[in-house]
Write a protein that binds this ligand. Structure first.
Ligand code: HEM
Ligand code: SF4
Ligand code: SF4
Length: 524
């Protein structure tokens, strides 16, 4: 099922890439859009609260005043408040589904997944309690159904639904409590959202401006077209018969009319527990986490800046070398992406005197192994359009391409590639060109790998690609797993371009031998 859903998501992604451009693709901004809709809800909510009267009888009239008398401001704010809350539900469910389908919820990502489950509850507590405070017929229905549902738990001394028996039984204090819940739940949601992204370096909490502006304009148009309305004042002496539900938040209520409250509790609580356990069903088989080689760590902290999961910190030096700090990896946070070794200045393949051991690397995928592969895989290539592809396990795979004269090295993430490897491969003539193939733009499996590669190659981020590397001899293709066709055509164009360039001098067998010996010395 996951594979089928994945292909659906990829198709939608491709369509949105064309419609919105990859940078504005809303499917890749779901978490950030969640934050954006949340802020709209808060700002519009503050405006409404200024005019809202918290008394039982006055509440309805104050909302009516906002809706009709002040339709140009209060009315729009009310509608924005409702529609942004609905949009929040939509993006949160798509976000949940996407993380599940792309298998980005296991291993150390369990924290984001489980905290996401808590966010779902807080989101529903915020939304449902919002329907009470208007105190119209829908509010009456929701308040009674909710309290009866809670009463079915049997944990309250006196049934709380009794508060709604008739107008006289509803105390002002109880109504104030309902309003308090509607303020406290969104605040707790905000705290939860902050906690949710604590393990992410540079979390994306703001969508691109154009996308945000487009969403806001759409919500304003919707607010003017279908303004949010109340459904007549609540009257506890009558039972509301026809009610329009907001299906985004209240879909469970019709079920409460047909099934017992305890059964619905069992389904909702059981579903939450089951979903929360998903990261361990089964647990991901992880590569060994990154290790620090102190002899080669100068404490520059580049790995800290590039680790997408805040798994590295700088700690006081322990080995007596003349540096203040050293890198330390927290194994419980590391996703074994290798991006840190791509950032480490001591991962340079040009080193001859000492073995190629960087300050930090993956034990199962050492940097020396990458250099060895460059030497071995390019051995049989010939001609003037030899291409070495560096791709990523989660991104575009061109191994089955029908062209000849290329070799492919698959890394856990292309962000693991130190720019000096490109310089090394081209300057030592192991290939005529380098083709970097990764996940789709803004959709890196390890969040920031493709962004860091782009910045390093554009000489905007340390470690920079050296100026001497000719720009026409390397290219990047961010087509993702489903982008085989696009990858093929870009590879074809690149090989044609290389063939037109004057061929570089061949690698002399002696220097290949020298680099190889160096590799052996490093392996020893
Ligand atoms: C109010 C609701 C939510 C908001 C605003 C939100 C927002 C975010 C943001 C901004 C990120 C970081 C994206 C990035 O920079 O890479 C993120 C990551 C994540 N979220 Fe949510 N989220 C919400 C609810 C949920 C829910 C309900 C789930 C699932 C149960 C979930 C699962 C995840 C996971 C697994 C990640 C980590 C992805 C990764 O490490 O690549 N989130 N979320
Ligand atoms: S990037 Fe390398 S040298 Fe710099 S702190 Fe990290 S491990 Fe040490
Ligand atoms: S392997 Fe990835 S997650 Fe682990 S420390 Fe390095 S950059 Fe961070």
């Amino acid at each position: 099922m996951r594979r089928a859903l994945r292909s659906v998501f990829e198709r939608i992604d491709r369509f949105f890439d064309i419609a919105f451009t990859p940078a504005w693709n809303p499917m890749q901004q779901l978490g950030a859009l969640g934050w954006f809709f949340y802020w709209i809800v808060i700002v519009s909510g503050i405006y409404l609260y200024i005019f809202f009267d918290t008394g039982i009888t006055q509440a309805y009239h104050s909302v009516e005043y906002l809706t009709h008398e002040q339709w140009y401001a209060g009315g729009i704010m009310r509608s924005l408040h409702r529609y942004a809350s609905d949009a929040l539900v939509v993006v949160v469910f798509l976000h949940l589904l996407r993380e599940y389908v792309l298998d980005r919820f296991r291993g150390p990502r369990w924290f984001a997944w489980v905290s996401g489950m808590v966010l779902l509850w807080l989101l529903y507590a915020s939304g449902i309690s919002g329907y009470w405070v208007v105190w119209d017929k829908l509010a009456q229905y929701v308040a009674i159904a909710t309290t009866e549902w809670f009463d079915s738990l049997g944990i309250f001394g006196k049934p709380i639904a009794r508060n709604f028996l008739n107008h006289a039984s509803l105390s002002g204090r109880f109504f104030t409590l309902l309003i308090f819940i509607h303020i406290a739940a969104p605040l707790m949601l905000l705290f939860g959202m902050w906690l949710h992204i604590q393990r992410h370096m540079h979390p994306q909490v703001n969508p691109p401006r154009g996308l945000a502006a487009g969403c806001l304009i759409m919500l304003v148009i919707l607010s003017l077209w279908f303004p949010a309305m109340s459904q007549g004042p609540a009257d506890l002496d009558t039972v509301p018969s026809i009610i329009n539900l907001d299906w985004f938040y209240l879909f469970i209520y019709p079920l409460l009319d047909h099934y017992s409250g305890t059964l619905i509790w069992a389904v909702v609580a059981g579903g939450t527990v089951l979903l929360s356990l998903l990261p361990w069903l089964p647990a991901v088989r992880k590569r060994e986490v990154a290790v620090v080689h102190l002899d080669n760590c100068n404490g520059c902290a580049r790995c800290v800046a590039d680790c997408p999961y805040s798994a590295i910190s700088m700690v006081p030096r322990t080995d007596g070398l003349p540096f203040e700090q050293q890198a330390a990896v927290d194994p419980s946070l590391c996703l074994s992406c290798g991006i840190c070794s791509g950032a480490c200045p001591s991962a340079s393949p040009f080193r001859r005197r000492t073995a190629l051991i960087p300050g930090i690397e993956l034990p199962a995928f050492p940097i020396q192994a990458v250099k060895d592969m460059i030497l071995s895989k390019t051995q049989d290539l010939a001609g003037n359009n030899r291409v070495l592809i560096f791709n990523c396990e989660h991104g575009l795979d061109l191994a089955a391409a029908p062209m000849t004269n290329f070799a492919q090295i698959t890394l856990p993430c292309v962000g693991m590639l130190p720019p000096s490897m490109i310089d090394f491969t081209l300057s030592r003539k192991y290939s005529d060109g380098i083709f970097i193939a990764g996940c789709r733009e803004h959709d890196c499996n390890f969040r920031l790998g493709n962004e860091w590669v782009q910045q390093r190659l554009a000489r905007q981020r340390d470690p920079y690609l050296r100026e001497r590397v000719p720009a026409e001899r390397f290219t990047q293709c961010w087509a993702g797993v489903s982008g085989f066709k696009q990858g093929l055509s870009e590879l074809e164009v690149f090989q044609e371009r290389l063939a037109r360039l004057s061929p570089p001098a061949r690698q002399s067998p002696e220097s290949r031998l020298r680099d190889g010996k160096n590799a052996e010395c490093a392996n020893a």
